[in-house]
Design a protein around this ligand. Structure first.
Ligand SMILES: NC(=O)C1=CN([C@@H]2O[C@H](COP(=O)(O)OP(=O)(O)OC[C@H]3O[C@@H](n4cnc5c(N)ncnc54)[C@H](OP(=O)(O)O)[C@@H]3O)[C@@H](O)[C@H]2O)C=CC1
Ligand SMILES: O=C(CO)COP(=O)(O)O
Length: 335
């Protein structure tokens, strides 16, 4: 049984997932970038900047020192934003205990390299891909931290490693399933953030359920097109890491990506929406660019992702982007 687990990153999901592990009976140490955050988790058992009003378990501790955090860890959970994972992990590489299972929480595709997060982790840490477990699914951090029931997917090409983390993380409110389709789970997790931006934008423009349902469904079609082209199992997109996460993120006002899109849809600038996010990551804002490039590289059509890139990075007006989406050539639903 994996008992001693380190979580590197003390933001919303890192903290909520650390609580999941502690509530499952594991000994958990978190690393926080800022000493005051580590001190608050350690001494007051709260992380008020990210999860206000949530009490953290006593058995969960935290430090600002990555060496102390990683000492003796049997599993290491990487809980920093996608675009910072390479730099952070490069700093931790020499400290990783040999044989520890690496667990990835990040949902994104790296700008420039167009790598999925498990590919970045394998490259930097030197461990093989089948030693990395990817966590995905409908897991809005605040709801999980409140103990609201949810399923999740633990994806690893080595089934036994996924089972080890499943045993280490299941508790009365968190029900993780295993899956060997790492590509599908990672593509689903990254792409749904972009679709959530579009749904938020529609809501911000005053549009209703028909529009958001259309974006969710056609978003699912485009993420499945990309995933299957990259070798994913199409069934993954019907599961928790596909439609499950997509629906949760596109529907919930708790989603940072949906909220970010809503602000853009109301006419705020990218800078205003970023300021309102208070430093918390809306991964879709960067991933719309990397996923668009990945899709182009593989000849896959992703019109909603393309539209989000134009709004976020080329100054397109959300209404104009919407009109262009509707004005594309007429086609069969599954072509
Ligand atoms: N929040 C959620 O509901 C869920 C999030 N995820 C995914 O998990 C990953 C982590 O998300 P989450 O914990 O929510 O993110 P947050 O933005 O809430 O927190 C990010 C954490 O990473 C730290 N950090 C370290 N290096 C950097 C850096 N260079 N830039 C920014 N932050 C840095 C931050 O430190 P500091 O506080 O000092 O800034 C903070 O502890 C993301 O990929 C996200 O998509 C997945 C499922 C659910
Ligand atoms: O990944 C998530 C839910 O599964 C969280 O989404 P946001 O980053 O948009 O809050």
């Amino acid at each position: 049984m994996v008992q001693r687990i380190t979580v590197l990153g003390a933001g919303s999901w890192g903290t909520a997932f650390a609580k999941v592990l502690a509530d499952a009976g594991r000994d958990v140490t978190m690393w926080a970038r800022r000493e005051e955050v580590a001190g608050e988790i350690r001494d007051r058992h709260t992380n008020s900047g990210y999860l206000p009003g949530i009490d953290l378990p006593d058995r969960l501790t935290a430090t600002h020192d990555p060496g102390d955090a990683l000492s003796g860890a049997e599993a290491v959970v990487l809980a920093v934003p996608s675009q910072s994972l390479r730099a952070n992990l490069s700093g931790w590489r020499e400290l990783l205990p040999s044989g520890a299972v690496l667990v990835s929480l990040a949902k994104g595709v790296e700008l420039g390299t167009l790598k999925r997060m498990s590919e970045v982790i394998a490259e930097i840490s030197g461990v093989s891909g089948n030693e990395i477990v990817v966590v995905s699914g409908p897991n809005l951090a605040r709801e999980i931290a409140q103990g609201q029931p949810a399923g999740a997917v633990l994806a690893c090409t080595d089934h036994d490693r996924a089972v080890a983390i499943q045993q280490a993380s299941f508790n009365s409110y968190f029900r993780p399933y295993t899956n060997t389709d790492v590509v599908g789970c990672e593509v689903g997790g990254a792409a749904k953030n972009v679709i959530a931006l579009s749904c938020g934008m529609a809501v911000g423009m005053g549009l209703g359920a028909n529009t958001t349902a259309t974006l969710i469904t056609r978003g699912l079609a485009e993420m499945a097109r990309l995933g299957t082209k990259l070798g994913a199992d199409p069934l993954t997109f019907a599961g928790l890491a596909g439609v499950g996460d997509l629906v949760a993120t596109c529907s919930s006002p708790l989603s940072r990506n949906r909220t970010f899109g809503e602000r853009l849809g109301r006419g705020e600038t990218l800078e205003q929406a970023q300021a309102a996010a208070g430093g918390q990551v809306a991964e879709g804002v960067m991933s719309c660019t990397s996923i668009r490039e990945l899709a182009r590289k593989h000849g896959v059509d992703m019109p909603i992702t393309d539209a989000m890139h134009r709004v976020c990075h080329e100054g397109a007006d959300p209404r104009q982007a919407g009109a262009e989406l509707l004005g594309r050539r007429q086609k069969h639903e599954w072509s």
